[in-house]
Ligand binder design. Structure first.
Ligand code: FE2
Ligand code: FE2
Length: 296
């Protein structure tokens, strides 16, 4: 059991009824262009009486308060040793699916179904097979919750730590609660980093993106690794912020991160894919790129 868990109350560990509440809130912020005019009305998206809104707000308050530069270094040291568990990929999906939450089990699909819907949407559009695999693996890092990590240290929009916060990160006002807010070294534009040093030299708030990137980094092509590592960095790939930290390689890779994002956000469907039919394809795909077991 992680040390973190003991430092926080149960309410602080689990402000959301379900991890999906964060993703639903992201979808509300960045609705699918087609659906704004058609099936889902703008009113539906802008329902301010939505009780989920309060839990999501509390979730971001905790995230922005506790994701400090030193918290990130601590989590990296703890998890990037990958000494917690070792499993075959298919067992890892079963492990991930132990993440059941308090939301309606009849209407919510499990984690694996979201991964499969994402990868199937990518495959239908004829993208390279490694990108299909990115779709299948991109949220594997959510197993951090099963190691006792609070929801706000697993999901949520990510942002650089150790430098000034962009006000395009959702609920920027909560950064005032972060101890780093009062460390002047961390509050200049580039903070502890060099101008245009490249994102690879920047520490992001800790969560499932960095963890799965580190897990996959020897096995996928560079554009796929960017998709994994920055898929929750909305302030960059949706809002164009933090340009002063980027190098030319990041700018080149941005198009891939942007290409992936709609598959993650807009592929959710109440119909589960037919796993029996799909299984042979995915077994071959996983065997092509990934080792027999994954380390966690
Ligand atoms: Fe994700
Ligand atoms: Fe996802």
């Amino acid at each position: 059991m992680s040390a973190t868990r003991n430092e926080f109350t149960e309410k602080e560990v689990k402000p959301l009824k379900s991890l999906d509440e964060w993703e639903d809130a992201v979808l509300e912020r960045y609705p699918e262009p087609d659906s704004i005019a058609s099936s889902k009305s703008t009113d539906e998206y802008r329902n301010y009486d939505n009780p989920e809104r309060d839990t999501v707000r509390e979730f971001y308050r905790l995230n922005h308060t506790y994701q400090t530069y030193s918290f990130v270094l601590e989590k990296r040291a703890e998890y990037l040793k990958f000494d917690k568990k070792e499993m075959p990929v298919w067992e890892a999906f079963n492990f991930l699916n132990q993440l059941v939450d308090d939301s309606d089990p009849d209407t919510d699909l499990d984690q694996f179904q979201h991964l499969l819907q994402t990868s199937e949407a990518i495959r239908k559009d004829g993208h390279p097979d490694w990108m299909v695999l990115v779709g299948l693996m991109h949220d594997m890092g959510k197993v951090l919750c099963l190691f006792g990590e609070p929801q706000w240290a697993v999901v949520g929009d990510t942002f650089p730590v150790g430098c000034a916060y962009s006000n395009k990160v959702v609920y920027p006002e909560y950064f005032q609660n972060n101890p780093d807010y009062n460390v002047s070294e961390y509050q200049t534009e580039t903070g502890v980093y060099e101008r245009n040093c490249g994102l690879r030299n920047v520490h992001m708030s800790w969560g499932h993106d960095e963890y799965v990137y580190q897990m996959m980094k020897d096995h996928l092509p560079e554009p796929g690794l960017y998709m994994l590592r920055y898929h929750s960095f909305y302030a960059w790939h949706r809002e164009g912020e933090y340009d002063y930290l980027l190098d030319d390689h990041d700018r080149e890779m941005l198009k891939w991160v942007k290409l992936f994002n709609p598959y993650d956000l807009y592929s959710k469907n109440p119909e589960p894919p037919d796993w029996k039919k799909l299984r042979p394809y995915y077994e071959e795909l996983v065997a092509k790129y990934l080792p027999a077991t994954l380390k966690f």
